[in-house]
Design a protein around this ligand. Sequence first.
Ligand SMILES: [Fe+2]
Length: 374
Amino acid sequence: MRLVATKYLQPGMTLHKAVTNDKDQVLLNEGVPLTNRMILRLQELGITFVYIADSRTSDIKSKNTVSDQTQKQAIRTIESNFKEIKDGKNINYASILQQSTKGFRSVVQSILSELKGSKELLSLLSEVMIYDHYIFSHSFNVTLYSLSIGMELKLKEKQLEVLGLGAMLHDVGKMMISTDILMKPGRLTEEEFTEMKKHTVYGYKLIKDLPNVSLLSAHCALQHHERLDGSGYPRAIKGPDIHLFGKILAVADVFDAVTSNRSYRPAMLPHEGLEMLYSGSGKHFDADIIKAFRKSIVIYPEGLSVTFHDGRSGVVIRQNPGFCDRPVIRILEKNDQPIENPYEVDLSKELDMMIVKCSTTVGEDMQKQKETTV
Ligand SMILES: [Fe+2]
């Protein structure tokens, strides 16, 4: 399989994995040759990348760190409880949330135990499952990323639980922002943005009074938009005053935002998202946390096409645990010409090989490909 941007899909290509929605309905099946209409449908669904079946890389598999089942269960729990809070306007939000805490806690537990039991790095979160609203899958992804960072930083079990719950609820305050602002497709006015920023405080207030929930979980909601240099909100506090969990949440939140599809821009690839974080290292984000995050995620996902400094190119076929940026590559081309006998190169052993380009297109479309300099 190869990772291909939906804008470079060609009729006749086949999906490696079916695209489903959160109700388990299959929207597009695997193995069926794509038509122009289906390609359009994938683009309309807001999917940036898909896995395409390819004979020269048919043995490549991407592994999920967290099972589809836990992912669905987590997102359903988040969705139903968040919706209840939204619908329960002007009633007692806290009492709704209090009832839901048990559900959130058990979801955090399942994610934690799966993360601990897995030796895999966190893979590019697949877009084969489509959800109604960005905020639910975002809350799940941020939980996953925050817990991975927490584990890398060797936090204790109890701390991970508090962090996980805080991450899952970090945007719960958005349920108290009017739908007009929350779902506005265009740019927010200054006034609307001021209101939007309040989701941090609304979330904090909701979580802080919950029985048996640490105040630190509430601070995850309050602090996730604060930045080290004091340019964040709501309190514009600086580095030393931001709690470690707030700093973890900031990294996880921004990374998921830029690597997910939004109506106003396509998703970045993981190495591009990391570059973005690095550009704010020490200024907006804590350098040690970015470092810990980098160690726990797949930077070059399986199926990604990469080109080296010497003109050779190929596809990522598997990860090297412990060397997150040095995966194993199957070399398929030299100077854009297919080679007769593809072979593997282990980048953790060939340290002089430099990736100069990553792309999400295949074959003859190479000229038009979306290329990004690493
Ligand atoms: Fe937020």
